[in-house]
Design a protein around this ligand. Sequence first.
Ligand code: NAD
Length: 368
Amino acid sequence: MAKNKGRKILLLPGDGIGPEVVSEVKKILEWFNKHKSLDFSFEEELIGGASIDANKIPITDEVFYKSLESDAVILGACGGPKWDNLEFSKKPERALLKLRKELKLFANLRPAICFKQLVDSSTLKPEVVSGLDIMIVRELTGGIYFGEPRGIEPIENNQRKGINTHSYTTSEIHRIAEVAFDLAKKRSNKVTSCEKSNVMEAGVLWREEVQAIKDKLFKTVELNHMLADNCAMQLLRNPKQFDVILADNLFGDMLSDEAAMLTGSLGLLPSASLGAKDKNGKIRSLYEPVHGSAPDIAGKNLANPIATILSLSMALRYSLDLDKEADQLEEAVQKVLDDGLRTKDIISKGKKEVTTTDMGDAIISKLK
Ligand code: NAD
């Protein structure tokens, strides 16, 4: 019987270059179904501006429920100038916020991988970033972006005060720490947890609770605690010292953008957002490239599909338990880069420029 029979993948291409890059993912899924005895069923639905044009809303209930029932959702990108003048609550990007919120996606995983073939795209010295492979695990639904009280209020002497509250509970820290430790076990078995326990009580709690989970459930994983500002500095000084970096919503936001820049191009960066296990043990998940809809190059067959293809490889690994196939796909990407094929965003002297579809085809040819 086919491995993985009946697993459902929902493809949400969205807007701009979204349909172009997701189309390459679809070709790869078809290839896996044909050649690897896998049996994915996959469907494609509208989201974002494309859904607004067809249905007047950024995501319909039908698509939303399909995403709840899927084993993995792979999204292209939402938004573009055509919908920029809509009021905030009606914009294409609302679909994404709704999915993140309703699927309770509390863990954001952003790998920062610097392919040795592309070290020159980074602003850092080649020896600092070559072969870099780190994973940032960012808490996504708590902390200062959501804490209460919040707001701007008038105070005496015609002044105003801006207030945000940074708070985390034990269980919020435990569930994100478990994601980081589980991931580390599949990688180099090392977690660096970041906070500001020197100046913040919430940071002290973060440090203590991460340590408690490690001592209780993950005795064999190495854990280091690091102040978040030091981590920002170490990421530039010696990024290869890290394996998994665990951080809250605020520090994770900054550290993951910093780590992304180590690698060079937006067109190469995948991401995953994971939720809690449901009663059947299934983890809700959303996989998407870090980039947006790139309206400046949309429809021109110029977009780099690698970020979205690597998002599929994360889905294979984290939602579908297909580590071998994920390795195979990542190796295929490496081989194509070894051959010197580059989309326009990562082209350099002596390399061959290819289109979005050429890049997808070349990666498939290396799967064979
Ligand atoms: P963007 O990521 O779309 O583009 C930034 C630059 O990077 C552009 O020059 C673009 O051509 C280039 N680029 C991005 N992805 C590329 C790829 N795969 N291959 C080659 N070049 C690539 O960011 P932006 O211009 O700030 O935003 C454009 C639209 O996308 C906006 O409407 C924004 O709201 C939306 N957006 C959506 C998401 C999402 O859906 N998750 C994320 C970010 C931005």
